[in-house]
Design a protein around this ligand. Sequence first.
Ligand SMILES: Cc1cc2nc3c(=O)[nH]c(=O)nc-3n(C[C@H](O)[C@H](O)[C@H](O)COP(=O)(O)OP(=O)(O)OC[C@H]3O[C@@H](n4cnc5c(N)ncnc54)[C@H](O)[C@@H]3O)c2cc1C
Length: 219
Amino acid sequence: MLKPTKKRKACEVLEVRHLTESTAVVRFERQGLEFEPGQYIRVGMDGDPEIRDYSVYSGADSDWLEVLVRRVEDGLVSKQLCDLEEGDVVTVGGPYGHFKLTEIVRCEPLLFIATGSGISPYHSFVESYPGLQYRLIHGTAKLDEAYEAEAYGGNYFHCVSREEGGDFRGRVTEYLRELEIPRETHAFLCGNCDMIYEAFDLLQARGLATENIHTEVYF
Ligand SMILES: Cc1cc2nc3c(=O)[nH]c(=O)nc-3n(C[C@H](O)[C@H](O)[C@H](O)COP(=O)(O)OP(=O)(O)OC[C@H]3O[C@@H](n4cnc5c(N)ncnc54)[C@H](O)[C@@H]3O)c2cc1C
């Protein structure tokens, strides 16, 4: 039997916040789409068959959905999403994915690790679960890529690899080598696969069990 597909919705764009030259948060109508924080949705331009996966950036209780999109110059869809304006229409499908915080895991020490736009599911976690105890380590090339870091208060730690500034000069994985990580920690890794493979090995070598390491690979 064919698996039932989740019907796509046409959602009007409500707002676009340009965070840097190449990154925007796109807010659009929710239209009753239910998701669990950490999940992703499929988004494309209305009438265009090309769609891509984007973690939901907004919290579970928001009236709208938001995604944080990094513009890939050679790409097809991300550029168009970054250029959207209020009143445009996107098609949205989903939700999908298992990168979630179960009730049990929420009570453990949490370490959120991201590169670039991989910070998006953590924004949804933090918006959805007030009082969450976590540390967030965010790696970016440039200093101005600390996307809406004020949302995380003192829990945010910025590793900047190509410019002076931030909390650490270098890559996330270099910082992880210096960090003390209790064995009961649940670590979440989101972003590019090079970081995820390297961080996974590092965390395992520190004694974290495989089931305590959760991953979401973007590209
Ligand atoms: C589960 C999941 C969740 C995702 N969530 C997000 C998200 O929240 N925000 C987001 O910006 N992207 C996210 N992505 C990536 C997104 O789906 C697209 O791949 C990305 O936007 C590029 O699409 P495109 O059509 O512009 O480029 P394409 O035409 O599909 O591809 C162009 C090339 O760009 C590479 N690429 C993809 N993403 C990046 C990137 N960020 N930086 C550099 N190169 C890249 C691809 O590997 C490919 O080689 C997610 C991917 C997955 C699998």
